[in-house]
Design a protein around this ligand. Sequence first.
Ligand code: AMP
Length: 133
Amino acid sequence: MASIFSKIVNGEIPSYKIAEDNNYYAFLDINPLAKGHTLVIPKKEVDYIFDIDDILLGGIMIFAKKVAHAIEKVTPCKRIGIAVLGLEVPHAHIHLVPINGANDIDFSKPKLKLSAEEFNEITAKIKEAFQTV
Ligand code: AMP
């Protein structure tokens, strides 16, 4: 069965899409640690990130770098933290989280509750910034 993230890539489930290319897709995490918390995935469904072939694995970091710079442009933070857990969704993904300190990327913390308007607003800002990075 297709993963929930494959369903997002295929448009069967909605997402707050930031960017995509032939191989990768970036969208907001719906349970964010911070405004702008974004997930970057390979379109190819692979559960464990370290099972991804070398070329695709290298490429995801380059794609994530561009997304991270776009988030940075529109989100006040010291930098973009990066994490890979994969404990919940069996489709490899990189978390990009705006952080000012180590506590900001503590996944055991309660997540933010954002309204659809807030999600749409931050999506639009990051998407626009992505065009110029
Ligand atoms: P993990 O697999 O432990 O890295 O966690 C999966 C992440 O995916 C969590 O942060 C969830 O909030 C996020 N997530 C799960 N379903 C969706 C969805 N439909 N849209 C956006 N983010 C999701």
